[in-house]
Design a binder for this molecule. Structure first.
Ligand code: PEP
Ligand code: MN
Length: 340
């Protein structure tokens, strides 16, 4: 249920409404927007008499929220969520490029790529230290040493780092990471999501390869219900009958999520395409559709990458692509898509 308040509500009446809701064990999320203030009510709202609240002087309107996701719902929070990470702003009309190798391989590799992608306009460095591989015999990542190397690359460049967590037990090791990535395979690891909700670091929540929008938003809800509202949603391709590409990039996710949620939307064209040449061909679609950012795999020697070399673009390609994406973003800001 959402309660839309009148422009300048009487403080005492608002406080007594809040107390009344607290007595009924209703959790209230207050969203102060540019034009209105909204109270988002979470809990057993079926037992709340909407007419009683509507009748209050300070209340403009009361609406029931049908969707099972509440905190993630745009109805709860009409303005876009903007996440700040070490000075980098994600969401709210900006275009964020996150770039780096699939996996951290050595200090030289991660520092060199970090410097290159930064010079090309990336504002977040990606790199996996713990890798969820299909085969137990494949490279599993450098582990905690990989996290240390990411921090060295951050020191050298000032770029905040995003890296994947696989298990809640790893959380102490992630204390100094800037954005924690939850991979597609862990999107419904509910215990992990609950733990991530009880800490403050921003979460990059990738879409499970067979997950619907609602299932994905419910996973975001798990994190947000714990108190952490800094969640970004990352579309990375879904599994379909097509085998030419690694996954099928669902561009429709961008406008749909824009409508359903206020959370920033990031596109990963690398894991969708599975092929380096296809990355610059599909990435602009994300910007044209209105995504808040992209996460792109970049490697300085893709042929010898320990993981995901075939889909990794070279720094020179990233440089040209970044310029194109920023120019397209500026063009789209000046030429908004007509709405129906
Ligand atoms: C990755 O980002 O390297 C990764 C494993 O992504 P996903 O979880 O989308 O497969
Ligand atoms: Mn990868």
């Amino acid at each position: 249920m959402i309660v839309i308040l009148k422009k300048i509500p009487n403080e005492a009446q608002l406080a007594s409404l809040m107390d009344w809701l607290a007595e009924k064990n209703i959790d209230v999320h207050k969203s102060i927007g540019t034009s209105t203030t909204i109270l988002g009510l979470v809990g057993d709202t079926a037992a709340i008499d909407a007419d009683l609240i509507s009748a209050l002087d300070i209340v403009e309107d009361v609406k029931r929220v049908q969707e099972p996701y509440k905190h993630a719902n745009r109805k709860f929070h009409p303005d876009d969520t903007v996440i700040n990470v070490r000075g980098a702003q994600i969401g709210g009309g900006t275009l964020t490029l996150m770039a780096g190798p699939c996996s951290v391989e050595s200090e030289e590799q991660i520092v060199a790529i970090a410097k290159q992608v930064k010079a090309s306009g990336a504002t977040v460095l990606r790199g996996g230290a713990f890798k969820p591989r299909t085969s137990p015999y494949s490279f599993q990542g450098m582990g905690t040493r990989g996290l240390e190397l990411l921090k060295i690359a951050r020191e050298e460049t000032g770029l905040p780092i995003v890296t994947e967590i696989m298990d809640a037990e790893q959380l102490p090791d992630f204390a100094d990471v800037d954005i924690i990535q939850v991979g597609a395979r862990n999107m419904q690891n509910f215990d992990l999501l609950k733990r991530l909700g009880r800490q403050e670091k921003p979460i990059l929540l990738k879409r499970g390869m067979c997950a619907t929008y609602e299932e994905w938003l419910m996973s975001a809800e798990y994190v947000m219900a714990g108190g952490n509202h800094n969640v970004m949603l990352c579309e990375r391709g879904i599994r379909t009958f097509e085998t030419y590409t690694r996954n099928t990039l669902d561009i429709g996710a961008v406008p749909v999520l824009r409508k359903l949620t206020h959370l920033p939307i990031i596109i990963d064209p690398s894991h969708a395409a599975g092929k380096a040449w296809l990355v610059p061909q599909t990435a602009p679609a994300a910007v044209a559709a209105g995504a808040d950012g992209l996460i792109i795999e970049v490697h300085n020697d893709p042929a010898h990458a320990v993981c995901d070399g075939p889909q990794s673009i070279r720094p020179e390609t990233f440089d040209a692509l970044s310029k194109h994406l920023h120019a397209l973003h500026d063009f789209m800001a000046e030429n908004p898509v007509p709405t129906v």
